[in-house]
Design a protein around this ligand. Structure first.
Ligand code: ATP
Ligand code: MG
Length: 205
């Protein structure tokens, strides 16, 4: 029996409860052994943007947010490069290095709609099962149709995560902070305190 590993990739600028709920729901629904949270490296032109978290801060917030969950892990595979990492390469490397593992890559509907323009979607599909959560009130019908289209186009396995629409994004959180509005309960307390301590996202690009 191979180990089933969920991978939750993202910019996590900052991590929020939507990301955490997706990871936990995927763990439960697909009987995963672990879920790895894998922050994407920022390419040089996106680093040090005004008011934004540094790469180290994004990683630290992920680390704190997942620390209380024994089946969540931090994965830095995409942080050590020049900031340009491609999912297909990362997954192919994982498979080469860990033949005893199989991968469930977790995405939201907005990422599914972009999937065509990711690098090498066919190779991503060979390397993992793709788990899709609804987002932005996407109807089940539209989600099903798009998953079917991607299945046919890339010969992949696309499974639907059984989650309600979670109306939250990092963009909203950054915006609320700029407007001095509360973000409580949208991010774990430890993340909120960290953001406050370092005065992040106060005046961001
Ligand atoms: P931003 O607003 O900066 O784009 P985000 O909230 O979309 O941030 P990302 O780090 O870009 O967060 O997302 C990582 C992955 O998590 C993506 O596949 C995205 O679709 C998914 N995701 C994030 N938030 C949600 C949500 N509320 N519901 C479903 N999927 C989500
Ligand atoms: Mg996003």
């Amino acid at each position: 029996m191979k180990k089933k590993i969920g991978i939750m990739g993202g910019t996590f600028d900052p991590i929020h409860i939507g990301h955490l709920i997706l990871g936990e729901k995927a763990y439960d629904q697909f009987g995963l052994d672990k879920v790895r949270f894998m922050p994407a490296g920022n390419p040089p032109h996106k680093r040090n943007r005004k008011g934004r978290a540094t790469d180290e801060q994004r990683v630290e917030m992920v680390r704190m947010a997942i620390s209380s969950n024994p089946h969540f892990e931090l994965c830095l595979a995409e942080m050590n490069e020049d900031g340009y990492s491609y999912t297909y390469r990362t997954l192919e490397r994982f498979r080469e290095e860990n033949p005893e593992e199989e991968y469930y890559f977790i995405i939201g509907a907005d990422s599914l709609f972009d999937f065509d323009i990711w690098r090498e979607p066919g190779r991503i599909c060979k390397a993992c099962t793709i788990v899709v959560a609804t987002r932005n009130q996407t109807s089940n019908e539209r989600l099903d149709l798009t998953m079917e289209r991607m299945r046919q186009k890339f010969d992949g396995t696309f499974l639907k995560l059984d989650t309600p629409n979670l109306d939250i994004s990092s963009k909203h959180i950054r915006q609320w902070i700029e407007e001095n509005r509360t973000i409580q309960y949208y991010v774990p307390d430890c993340v909120r305190e960290y953001i406050e301590k370092y005065q992040m996202y106060k005046d961001c690009d």
